[in-house]
Design a protein around this ligand. Structure first.
Ligand SMILES: C[S@@+](CC[C@H](N)C(=O)[O-])C[C@H]1O[C@@H](n2cnc3c(N)ncnc32)[C@H](O)[C@@H]1O
Length: 440
């Protein structure tokens, strides 16, 4: 999910006031943030490419950049950097933005920086192991990577000019220009307007041009590394974003002392997010693959080490355990679990559609056994909706489907189902068989 921030909704734009507003960085279900420069609900794109691109050029000088740039500047303190940490002091930012915008009061900046450094919002960590996925379209001739090495040596001696790039995301059939052309021409005009320097990889400001049919939003990115990059250091083939894991857990409203399991945990993204955000519950991460369990255990240990380092004292640990098990035959008592949250194999990268026809009914049945009748709930993610619907259709006596949330997982249209455990007691198949089959 992407969260857009409108400066008109932020209230006073002094740095201390903004520091409060920028607590949006603490939101657990948001991947990326940007501040809106201007939103056009119905932009009249011209019919020919030349005219449409000329409009992009003209637009750059007319936009209300000043307030969004103040937000961007204050945000620098909060932003979780990618692997390379570009240390820019507030003052150097101020110089580099140049003459075209209002300057922030020196005292405010100093006061703000002191506050911000004390703030828990800075409790981020870097994960050099992760590569950012960027689907960015940048004007090719805005910047050449050849210049980059020269620039690094010049940086130390010359007064710094801000570096920027334009990223255009375009959806819709009717445009007579490509996103690359829009980014290139709009970027050229932004460069002329601010006298900034274009740089595709080592940029300070990322200007966003989001176009969807006739709707266009110009924004400035406030996140450099997506906020879902937390918790996980040992990745698997289908590691779930922590932001989505958080959303799934929230759907079943965990209560203190609840026992929450992920019977097919993979790298443990869901139970680890659960243990960090709902630490008054007990979480169990299980998988039938020894490699997955090892990864989950490694992720738990890395997180513990990190929190020990951060708090520079012995940590109390996390309320989570990892175990190898078969989700169709869980080593748990009947009716002992309050919440089940899991991301089932889609049958694409993990497992197969054919195997799902056996797996889904078997594990839904086993989940109905361990889940507490009357109050238990399950949140299950799958893209194999047909197989899931078929499996669930035979279990109306134990599961009631309450809600479906549609999600996009790497371009796949998937569903998150919220199920409630009915009050009906679980009946073992042997008992059922007994009932049906006694010949006397
Ligand atoms: C989609 S992946 C889960 C990914 C996980 N959410 C993560 O963030 O890494 C599904 C997992 O189900 C596991 N699995 C498949 N069949 C299983 C079974 N019968 N019992 C337990 N786990 C199973 C696979 O090993 C795989 O790790």
């Amino acid at each position: 999910m992407c969260l857009s921030i409108f400066t008109s909704l932020l209230g006073p734009l002094s740095p201390p006031a903004l520091s409060k507003q920028l607590q949006v960085h603490c939101l657990r279900s948001v991947d990326n943030l940007f501040v809106v420069v201007e939103e056009f609900k119905d932009f009249q794109f011209k019919k020919t490419k030349e005219e449409a691109l000329k409009d992009f050029e003209d637009l750059a000088g007319k936009l209300p950049w000043s307030d969004p740039l103040k937000v961007w500047e204050v945000n620098t303190c909060f932003k979780k950097k990618k692997t390379k940490c570009k240390k820019m002091s507030q003052n150097s930012n101020k110089e580099r933005i140049g003459n075209r915008r209002d300057k922030l009061d020196e005292k405010d900046i100093r006061g703000f920086t002191d506050n911000a450094l004390d703030s828990h919002i800075l409790d981020y960590y870097e994960n050099p192991a992760i590569k950012e996925e960027i689907s960015t379209l940048v004007g090719d001739d805005l910047a050449s990577s050849k210049d980059e090495t020269d620039e690094h040596s010049k940086e130390e001696t010359e007064p710094q000019v801000l570096k920027f790039r334009v990223t255009c995301n375009r959806a819709g059939e009717k445009h007579c220009f490509t996103s690359n052309e829009a980014a290139r021409d709009f970027g050229g005009a932004v460069q002329d307007h601010f006298k900034w320097k274009a740089d595709m990889t080592n940029f300070d400001v990322e200007v966003l041009l989001n176009i969807h049919d006739n709707e266009m939003v110009v924004g400035i990115a406030l996140t450099e590394e997506s906020l879902h990059r937390r918790n996980i250091t040992h990745f698997g083939p289908t590691t779930l974003r922590s932001t989505l894991a958080y959303g799934m857990l929230r759907l079943c409203a965990p209560q203190p002392t609840d026992i929450i399991i992920d019977p097919m945990c993979g790298t443990g993204a869901i139970p680890i997010e659960g243990a960090t955000e709902w630490s008054n519950c007990y979480h169990i991460a299980g998988d039938n693959s020894p490699l997955a369990v090892k990864r989950a255990a490694n992720n738990i240990s890395s997180l513990l080490t990190k929190s020990q380092i951060k708090e520079s004292k012995s940590s109390w640990g996390l309320p989570i355990d990892a175990i190898q098990w078969d989700s169709c035959n869980l080593p748990l008592r009947t009716g002992s679990v309050d919440i089940i949250v899991t991301d089932m194999p889609f049958g694409k990268r993990m497992g197969s559609k054919k195997r799902n026809w056996n797996l889904y009914p078997a594990c839904l049945r086993e989940m109905s056994r361990v889940c507490r009748p009357g109050t238990g709930r399950a949140v299950l993610l799958t893209q194999d909706k047909k197989c899931f619907a078929k499996a669930l259709s035979g279990m109306g006596h134990v599961w009631r489907k309450v809600h479906t949330v549609w999600v996009n997982i790497g371009g796949l249209h998937a569903a998150v189902y919220l199920l409630k455990r009915t009050p009906q007691a679980f009946v073992h198949s042997s008992e059922q068989d007994g009932e049906r089959g006694t010949p006397w």
